[in-house]
Design a protein around this ligand. Structure first.
Ligand code: ADP
Ligand code: MG
Length: 405
């Protein structure tokens, strides 16, 4: 709520509070004649005014829950003192009905419930006093129609409850909208930045690929070397396509057509790339893929999806723990499972997966799974996480199978 408060015009707050304080002070000065001198009641009245005035003035600099509660408690003390000290001024009766409104000033749900309950209790005590002790001697305006007055007071509290809830839920919605706007601004900024970076990467890649293509045609190089040039050119093509794909995540990309992909082949080529990564931390990477598993997908995007999921599994695993990838046909679907015995996740952590920038790694981007979820959604697939903290994680990806060649 703090941001919303800072939006409130401070000037308006101070002008209103100074006016209120001036009114309280004038009431205090007038009461000296009414009370014929300095009595105990007057001293209580004086302290309530002084403390409330100071609290209201310094509140914008100490926006804490405790401070709000103090203001509300002194508000209660002030208004009930007025009610019992100056019975002729029957309008204080209206102010008592309105005390829970103080919580609206702070937009604090807990404090509102607190003040409406406290006010309810104090009203019951006050009515009890008027009926049993006062018996209408001083508070004749209440005693005259005690049931009518009680109904009015209850109605006023119900109305306050309604007003508070309606405005509170509106404020909450506004706050949510404000947060979403900030998040989308952040995403937009990241998209611009990555666009610039990818552009910078693509240029040197094009230059290197151009030279490699030239050397490939050069008779000065032997055939085995030319084969390696071909491999390098292929890898550079992948780099180029991945950077463009990353950038156009939000836009449909017409260049990347889906085709029939052999899951086993694709997994072999992905693991070829990740294997060296797995060896670094001594993780065994096992692939168990059935033959003749075909899906209709863009091969680059499929490899990117598998690469991200396998990389996450490896990163979650401690030294020496295996990561297993199983691909098999299950009725009309091809099911790919990536199983690790790594750190695992709690239920809440699993729920947060795919949220942009959600990462528990010190050097993570939290973008990998967002991209994965996008790819799975694009090809009408399903992705499911089963994880137990400290035991491991199984990710299941499912796509509709396409018939073999
Ligand atoms: P990054 O890898 O850059 O952190 P990701 O989007 O790929 O971003 O993953 C987000 C987070 O999800 C990771 O930081 C990690 O905490 C958690 N995570 C993903 N996969 C696994 C897994 N197999 N085991 C445990 N945690 C995982
Ligand atoms: Mg990752």
């Amino acid at each position: 709520m703090k941001e919303l408060y800072s939006q409130v015009n401070r000037k308006t707050y101070y002008i209103s509070m100074l006016t209120l304080i001036a009114l309280m002070l004038s009431g205090l000065i007038l009461s000296t004649t009414e009370l014929s001198g300095i009595t105990v009641g007057y001293v209580i009245h004086f302290f309530c005014v002084a403390i409330l005035a100071v609290c209201l003035l310094i509140y914008p600099k100490h926006e804490t829950y405790v401070f709000r509660k103090i203001i509300i408690l002194f508000g209660f003390a002030y208004f009930y003192t007025m009610f019992f000290l100056y019975p002729e001024t029957w309008t204080t009766y209206i102010l008592i009905c309105l005390i829970p409104l103080l919580a609206i000033l702070f937009f604090d749900l807990k404090l509102f419930y607190f003040s409406i309950i406290l006010n309810g209790v104090l009203i019951v005590i006050t009515f009890g006093y008027i009926i049993l002790i006062d018996q209408g001697k001083i508070y004749s305006y209440v005693h005259h129609d005690i049931v009518g007055n009680l109904i009015n007071i209850i109605a006023s509290q119900v109305l306050l409850f309604l007003i508070f809830h309606l405005s509170f839920s509106r404020m909450k919605k506004q706050q949510l909208y404000h947060e979403q706007l900030q998040q989308s601004e952040r995403l937009k900024m990241i998209a611009h930045l990555t666009a610039a970076v990818a552009h910078e990467i693509r240029n040197p890649v094009t230059v290197v690929r151009g030279f490699l293509q030239l050397y490939r045609e050069d008779p000065a190089f032997d055939d085995p070397i030319k084969k390696k040039f071909n491999l390098m050119i292929d890898e550079l093509n992948t780099v180029e396509q991945i950077t463009s794909q990353f950038l156009t995540l939000s836009k449909p990309n017409r260049d990347q057509q889906p085709e029939k992909v052999d899951v086993n082949d694709a997994l072999q080529s992905v693991t070829g790339l990740v294997r060296s990564y797995a060896m670094l931390s001594d993780n065994q990477l096992n692939i168990e893929a059935e033959e003749n598993c075909f899906i209709f997908i863009n091969p680059i995007e499929f490899k990117q999806l598998m690469m991200n999921l396998i990389k996450n599994a490896l990163e979650a695993s401690t030294m020496g723990k295996p990561v297993t990838v199983i691909a098999k046909r299950n009725h009309h679907y091809i099911e790919i499972k990536i199983i690790d015995e790594g750190s695992g996740m709690s239920e809440d952590e699993v729920k947060s997966l795919g949220t942009p920038f959600y990462s528990l790694k010190s050097n993570g981007t939290g973008l990998g799974l967002m991209i994965c979820f996008n790819i799975v959604e694009k090809y009408d697939g399903e992705i499911n996480y089963e994880s137990t903290k400290g035991v491991g994680t199984t990710v299941t990806v499912r796509f509709l199978a396409t018939d073999g060649k």
